[in-house]
Ligand binder design. Sequence first.
Ligand SMILES: [Zn+2]
Ligand SMILES: [Zn+2]
Length: 277
Amino acid sequence: MELPVADPGPVRAEGLLLQCPYCDSEAMHKLAQFLLPGLAAVCIDCTTGDLFRKPSVVAVDMRKEMVDYVTQRSETFISDSLIESEASQDQENEMPVDPFEIVSIFMDDFSSTKRNIIGHVSGWLMSDSREDKIDDFVQEMEMTRFWPLERREVIAEVLLKNVEPENQNCEKRLLRRDMDRHCVTVCPMRPMKCPFGCDSSFPERNLEQHCSEFLQAHLHKLLKVIHKKGFTDEGLKDHALLLEKHDNDGKLAKSRDVRSLTNVVKNLEAKIKDDSS
Ligand SMILES: [Zn+2]
Ligand SMILES: [Zn+2]
C-alpha cells in the first residue's frame, strides 16, 4: 500500500484579510499624536492649585494610569456597545464609529476622574490659561522625549485594533492579491506628488484641496511654460489674476492635472480676447 500524499491542508494565505498600510498608518499616527496633549491635559488639570505637585512630577504615573484605563476601555468597547445597542433601541445614543472619537471619549472620561477641585470649577476647562499650560507642557514633553511618538504609536495600534470591528472598514481590509492594486490605484491615503510639480506630496484624497489652495502657484508655473518669455514675473501674476477673475465656474481650481489646467487656461484666454475685441 502506498502512503497517501501528505495533505498540507487548504491554503489560508489568500483568505486572510490584510489592512492597507497607508490607511492604517494614517489613523494610527493621528491617534498617537492625540495621546500627548491628552496626557498633558490630565497632568495640568490634576495639579492646578496644588502647591506641592507639578505636572512633570505626576506625568509618569498619569501616563501609566491613562494608558491602562483607555486600553481596558477599548478592550471591552465592542462587546459593551453591542449590549448597549441591544438594550436601548435608541438611535440617538449610538456610540460614534470613528475610532478617533471613541478614544477621545475614553480620554475625557479618564481626565474627568482626575480633576481636582479647581479642575471642576466651571470656566477653568475653557480658560485660555489652561490651554497655554497644556501647550507648554506638551512642548516640554516633546523636547525631553518623555513619550516619543513611536512609543505612542504602539499604544495607538492596540487601541485601534480593539475599537474597530472587523467588518467596519472593509474597504481597508483586503485580500493579499488585491492589496497591491488598492495601494497603487484606489487607496485614498496613497502618497502622491503634486501633478504640477510643487515640492509637496500628500495623500491622494487631499489632491483637490491642494489644487485649490495652490492654484496661484500652479498657474504661475504653467503660464511660464505656455508663454515662455512673453511676460515678466509681475506680468504673469497679473495675468493669472485676470484668468481667475474670468473663471466664473471655478474651472481653474477644479483642474487636477497639467493637461486639463492648460485647456482651461486656453479657453479662458480665448474668452478674454473675445470680450475685449
Ligand atoms: Zn488604503
Ligand atoms: Zn502643487
